[in-house]
Ligand binder design. Structure first.
Ligand SMILES: [Zn+2]
Ligand SMILES: [Zn+2]
Length: 510
């Protein structure tokens, strides 16, 4: 989901000061041609969209459709009620007044932002995990496009997650190293994991899971549990960590918004209004579906009681949420996305949606009547990222920092989190810091700092132990008096609603 590729957003310009970039530029093996394999049976947003249209528009049953919206809205609320009294539904967040209020608040926060002193010898790199380009029939974007958008969104490092296609080596036949200042680390989304081995594992792809996990994780290899919703009880043995947020999961759970978009796209006035909103509020529209994923966090917190589990954000970007309405003839249109075959797009006739007649009038058959681009890479990257705090931007250093848990997840579009930190000290890095597992000693003081005023939740073993509204540059402290897994969350208030902004990795006192 997302926005428009133009550069007309008034969002904060993320200032990045004096970080070392990579020196040598390795040659890329070149971009393989776009694969035509349909990979995996997982339900994609486009599948849901198509299915939504099929049981809505195609059956002419509008009572059923409206009921469906209501039921799915209720269902979502019950499933997602992490901060229920303060939480709004995506459709509410997409209301023009809500979008404008959200936009204003983001601008106001940007004005309040303070630059925090860097940690000694360390830099905050904006990273993206779970990124797709030219790796399947349902992926709309290319690597060249991803690179351009990474520069636009000030992304420093991208962990690629090519859908696994047998015989194509996702390590040796992908991008690796510096590309115009952006570090690419190849990998794959396969067997329910994000895998980033240090060298080819093609001869190990059919090993039983435990051996496969071991093989990928050898040396500096990284492996994360992905799409936890499909495998909530999966063992964390041998894994580096897990996704603690996944953008695709938010889309998958939100049938109501997809139905709503389908309806709006087949009405001449609504379609124009929707395009204008997307044009003006691309980040706010893309973020409207974002929720606090209780089930992800519950598993993360539970597994953390037993072992270190590094939390990362799954961007799961494909640049494929580009919705099209195409004229068929004077009585009908097809609705779908850029990655749908024409025959897979839903046929919508004027007998169901009378506005279709007005939309097609005077246009040649086959004309594109509406094209709404919700998820260009730059907007997906701003939507959620994983910041990695490391001494320099090269593959071994970044891998080591991730493995050490020197990373936090952030919805950057709300406010640049650069400078956030959680640890015993902001000067002495030998004291317990984010990601460390240490022996419990009573009265250790933990500190957290944020570059924006926000609501902070201190968490111990998955339970909030304190919630506090912090003003600017106030350093928060918590004195550890018992063993446990400690982490912090920062929330921002936008349009009268608290929304999750930052998730730290934990410090583990055993
Ligand atoms: Zn995919
Ligand atoms: Zn994916």
């Amino acid at each position: 989901m997302g926005c428009d590729p133009g550069n007309r957003i008034g969002l904060p310009c993320f200032a990045r000061v004096g970080r070392p970039k990579m020196e040598a530029s390795k040659t890329s093996p070149g971009s393989p041609s776009i694969a035509v394999l349909r990979v995996g049976a997982r339900i994609t947003p486009e599948f849901i969209f198509a299915r939504t249209l099929s049981f809505g528009l195609a059956t002419l049953n509008w009572k059923r459709l409206i009921l469906c919206v209501m039921v799915s809205t209720l269902g979502a609320d019950m499933v997602l009620g992490a901060v229920a009294p303060r939480k709004k539904m995506p459709i509410e967040r997409m209301h023009p007044e809500a979008l404008e209020s959200t936009r204003k608040r983001v601008a106001e926060l940007q004005r309040l932002r303070k630059t925090l002193a860097p940690l000694p010898g360390l830099f905050d790199y904006r990273g993206i995990f779970h990124a797709h380009a030219e790796d399947s029939a349902h992926t709309g974007g290319t690597r060249v496009e991803m690179l351009g958008d990474a520069k636009k969104a000030k992304v420093d490092v991208i962990f690629l997650s090519d859908h696994y296609r047998p015989h194509r080596d996702f390590i040796s036949q992908s991008w690796r190293g510096d590309h115009e200042g952006v570090l690419f680390i190849p990998g794959s989304e396969t067997r329910g994991f994000l895998v980033h081995p240090t060298n080819s594992v093609m001869t190990s792809m059919d090993l039983p899971v435990p051996e496969f996990v071991k093989r990928v994780g050898q040396g500096e290899g990284l492996i994360f549990l992905s799409h936890m919703e499909d495998r909530p009880d999966h063992s964390m043995d041998g894994l580096t960590g897990m996704e603690i947020y996944n953008r695709h999961y938010d889309a998958q759970r939100d049938l109501a918004t997809l139905v709503n978009l389908a309806l709006r796209l087949t009405d001449p006035k609504e379609a124009v209004d929707l395009a204008a909103l997307l044009d003006r509020y691309p980040d706010e529209m893309l973020a409207a579906q974002v929720q606090y994923s209780e089930d992800y966090l519950e598993k993360w917190d539970r597994e953390g009681l037993e072992r270190r589990v590094v939390g990362v954000a799954a961007n799961d970007c494909h640049h494929n949420q580009v919705f099209l309405v195409k004229k068929v003839d004077d009585q009908s249109v097809r609705v779908g996305t850029i990655v749908d075959k024409e025959s897979d797009m839903r046929l919508v006739s004027a007998t169901i949606r009378p506005g279709v007649r007005e939309m097609v009038a005077g246009k040649p058959n086959g004309a594109v009547l509406a094209r709404l681009d919700f998820d260009p890479y730059a907007k997906s990257f701003a939507n959620v990222s994983t910041h990695i705090v490391a001494a320099k931007l090269d593959e071994p250093t970044i891998r080591a920092a991730v493995r050490a848990g020197r990373a936090y997840v952030s919805h950057d579009w709300m406010g640049d989190p650069t400078g956030f930190w959680f640890g015993s000290s902001f000067e002495d890095m030998t004291l317990p810091q984010m990601g460390d597992e240490v022996t419990f000693v009573s009265a250790v003081v933990l500190r957290a700092r944020f570059p924006l005023p926000c609501h902070v939740r201190w968490m111990r073993n998955g339970k909030a132990i304190q919630e506090k509204k912090v003003e600017l540059l106030e350093t928060l402290q918590w004195t550890v008096r018992e063993p446990g897994v400690y982490r912090v969350e920062g929330w921002l208030e936008l349009n009268g609603e608290l929304r999750p902004w930052i998730y730290s990795n934990p410090i583990y006192f055993r």
